[in-house]
Design a protein around this ligand. Structure first.
Ligand code: KIV
Ligand code: ZN
Length: 430
């Protein structure tokens, strides 16, 4: 039995509560080394790229977008290094991105020569504003662009039969485009790549411009067009402009998408790409194995901070420094009671803690801290757990008044050792 269970809203009967929970993990693609990297103040050098790649492999990603090799020599050389030094595990597929431009496609295919399996990711913008303002193209010209460039990928990759090739086509700006135009672009890509051959249709919210249910409706509309075609994988690539990237991904998965692209801790252009850690651990706390290993979340965070040279916020879901702390006395009291009553094998049901910190390599010690907002419960918990001092309730009340006085004058958090010292000075126990 799982330690976690899917949340069921109390009061909604089965009749009014649709079957809207996720029951299996999607295919994950990390684009930390491409979309994440392109948005860094200082893009990763070769050493940092390799550290990130090794981390992604350790976490368990089987599909990793390793760069935009036609854009920079660093990306090109990094992809060559992975292939020539045989650094890609047998069960991991690399993905490389290229815009729909002939010379960039040629360079991209050249970059991955000799790899075992590759996803070639081609994209072009399809939304009206981009067509009109950025490229000056009418819809038929957009379709011609897709046809020509996917056709070129097909010819170049057919000439290298030792590699197993998958095409990924992204109608960039999908969420801002007419569904019929996105569909036509996808159908054009499928035809140019070869009907029946493996293809990923990747639907981005290049700019997140609507509520997540709207994106999910757009995704569902597309998914319905590709039912019963197992060679077609529908993927989503949410950004986070409205701060709802995670919700967009989750609703899109419920709407039928099978794959998600994102970055660890939501790095990426502007407000970032979808946060993969967030979605994976949201699944985990609902009893679904995400197939990604975050059992040492601090190590993951340290490595990502090093590679991106960006800090993870202390309140970042699941990973921030402060997310397993409880400052409020009533919260501390509730947590203490729940820990005391918890038996091995119980479903996880600790108030205010949606996940057992131990599952991520974090400790209970940081859960309860004592400051001016705390009550007696937290104080008693720390003295008991750290010093084996089981205070009777009356003494808890009395001692918490002494602690409050110290707080009022000093104003900072007290550690278990501070509490012990104060207790000793009041009651002379040592
Ligand atoms: O956000 C986006 O639209 C992209 C595409 C290249 C998929 O990154
Ligand atoms: Zn993107």
């Amino acid at each position: 039995a799982s330690k976690y269970q899917a949340f069921r809203p109390i009061g909604l009967t089965d009749r009014t509560w649709p079957d809207a929970v996720l029951t299996q993990a999607p295919v994950w693609l990390s684009t930390d080394l491409r979309d994440g990297n392109q948005a860094l103040i200082e893009p990763m050098d070769a050493a940092r790229k390799l550290r990130m790649f090794e981390l992604l492999v350790r976490i368990g990603f089987k599909e990793i977008e390793v760069g935009f090799p036609a854009a920079s020599q660093t990306d090109f050389d990094f992809v060559r290094k992975l292939i020539e030094e045989d650094l890609i595990p047998a069960d991991v597929t690399i993905q490389v991105m290229t815009p729909a431009r002939a010379e960039l496609i040629e360079r991209t295919v050249e970059a991955v020569a000799g790899a075992r399996r590759v996803i070639v990711h081609v994209y072009n913008a399809v939304a009206p504003v981009w067509r009109r303002v950025v490229f000056g193209l009418e819809v038929p010209q957009v379709m011609q662009l897709v046809d020509e460039h996917v056709g070129l990928v097909r010819r170049l990759t057919d000439a290298r039969p030792d590699t197993e090739w998958v095409l990924q086509y992204s109608p960039e700006t999908f969420s801002l485009a007419e569904l019929e135009v996105s569909l036509e672009a996808c159908e054009t890509a499928i035809a140019a790549w070869g009907v029946g051959r493996p293809i990923i249709l990747n639907l981005p919210t290049t700019v997140e411009n609507a509520t997540p249910n709207v994106f999910a409706d757009q995704v569902e509309w597309m998914v319905r067009r590709f039912r019963d075609r197992p060679e077609i994988v529908v993927s989503v690539h949410p950004h986070n402009d409205r701060g709802t990237g995670t919700a967009s991904a989750e609703l899109a998965l419920m709407a039928g998408a099978h794959r998600v692209e994102g970055c660890l801790f939501g790095n990426g252009e502007r407000t970032g790409n979808l946060d993969l850690v967030n979605v994976a651990l949201n699944l985990y706390t609902q009893g679904v194995d995400p197939g990604l290993d975050f059992s040492d979340i601090d190590e993951v965070r340290r490595t990502v901070e090093h590679c991106n040279q960006l800090p993870v916020h202390p309140r970042h879901p699941y990973a921030g420094d402060l997310v397993y702390t409880s400052f409020s006395g009533s919260h501390q009291d509730a947590i203490k009671k729940a820990f005391a009553q918890r038996r091995g094998g119980d479903v996880w049901a600790i108030p205010y803690l949606p996940i057992d910190p131990k599952d991520l390599g974090r400790s209970y010690e940081a859960v309860i801290r004592v400051n001016s907002q705390s009550g007696k419960g937290g104080i008693a918990y720390l003295l008991d757990s750290e010093y084996g001092l089981d205070l009777p309730r009356r003494l808890q009340i009395e001692f918490s008044q002494a602690v409050q006085q110290v707080m009022d004058t000093e104003g900072h958090e007290l550690t278990a050792a501070d509490l012990w010292q104060l207790f000793d000075s009041e009651y002379h126990v040592s």
